[in-house]
Design a protein around this ligand. Sequence first.
Ligand code: NAD
Length: 504
Amino acid sequence: MSFQDNQRKAAAYLERFVRDGVKNQIAGEAVDAVSGETFETISPIDLKPLGKVARGKAEDIDRAAKAAKAAFPAWAAMNGDKRKALLNKVADAIVARADEIALVECMDTGQAYRFMSKAALRGAENFRFFADQAPQARDGRALRAPDQLNFTTRTPIGPVGIITPWNTPFMLSTWKIAPALAAGCTVVHKPAELSPLTARLLVEIAEKAGLPNGVWNLVNGLGEEAGKALTEHPAIKAIGFVGESGTGSLIMAQGARTLKRLHFELGGKNPVVVFADADLERAADAAVFMIYSLNGERCTSSSRLLVEESVYDAFTEKVAEKAARIKIGHPLDPDTVIGPLIHPVHLEKVLSYFDIARAEGATIATGGKKADIAGGGCYVEPTLFTGADQSMRISREEIFGPVLTAISFKDEAEALRIANDVDYGLTAYVWTSDVTRALRFTENVEAGMIWVNSENIRHLPAPFGGVKNSGVGRDGGDWSFDFYMETKNVAIATAPHNIPKLGG
Ligand code: NAD
């Protein structure tokens, strides 16, 4: 599709948001916030408003949580095959509107169409994957003991809250909500205030596909208002959260009084470790892809490049050349790789690291400034810092933009020490042709997910999650069901064993 086609279609898809705003969805009804208040969402492409969004607060969360609680018994009791069929229908409906989802997501987040066109399809895949697991979700294990048979079953935990961030909001919402529904939980979703549009499309799609009213409720609003109220609501049994590590700490404290079960997917400062014996051309392509795709606004981005000393200069030169050739531009242009960052405040944060890098004594090998693109949006050049060391802020803090910090190492021990010397531990990428070293390194590197000789390629049954400040718990495959379900054990006596006789 051409840039012009995309622009024309996007304008048509966005019209409804300008006209009607972005409403909440509670018990099957599109509603304004109880207070009638709204906030504006803007496009990072030109900072123009896209629509007025319902500003939900505690009273809206209360209505949504009550709706989710009322819908829970019937949804939990529905047999797994029926739930599977329904969730597969949701997946079909997502595919049918994939283009609308992609174009709206581009306009709301600034992410490039070339990546977002696939995000909607990946969202559908998330639904299909968990739909297919629904019939087995309750299955447990048999554990035999002398004169006793134990067996376990799982039951859905109850209504759950899902809180999502602004980066790739559609894909992430499906990733969190699909397993909750497949497990038999009902949902209250609080999307990020900076990119709320596709969450609205998603709940509409699901209800049109036949999801019963109240099974999935949507409340827009600010984190400290709607988000906080959701984490404190007594009817909500668990919170699946994706966002910043600091927000995770707040949620843990907010959920303490009602003993919430929590699952956190948080920030990262992920190393890509390149040894001299690696296939350096492939390693460079992967490193470039993992930091400059999705505007670098990606929790699993490889934002630290650790390169063995002997190949450091040649390798970083190669990366700098590739980065300098990347096309920055309007997200609806099919050739664009890097679009505008989500919001002027985030842009300022990312730009501030260019001054920090200079002050810390690193070299800006490429990029390092705002990009001047028509529309006046939040564009920044793909950037590479070289000559950095692990003590610098550019090596320790999550910048969350197309900004890569390159550090050299002498040997494997030093590479490991640098890789682990951060508060985060989400992913790591290791490039080497030595299989023994790869095994040793993956054993010792502190990360929840590690790819060897590869960029991030997700396999949905595999666990997803981080260690240290990058997360609590795992998603994916059966791990998701363990979070959204309670395990119950039943012990049956299989022989007339001796029962202690107290009192005669
Ligand atoms: P954020 O933590 O600011 O916001 C995330 C969500 O939490 C939003 O919906 C927000 O409204 C809500 N929120 C804020 N304060 C809250 C509170 N007190 N109580 C309840 N909810 C509250 O994160 P962000 O800036 O939207 O997203 C970027 C961050 O997300 C980055 O750190 C990134 O690494 C992380 N992320 C992690 C993963 C992962 O899988 N590990 C995936 C994507 C993004």
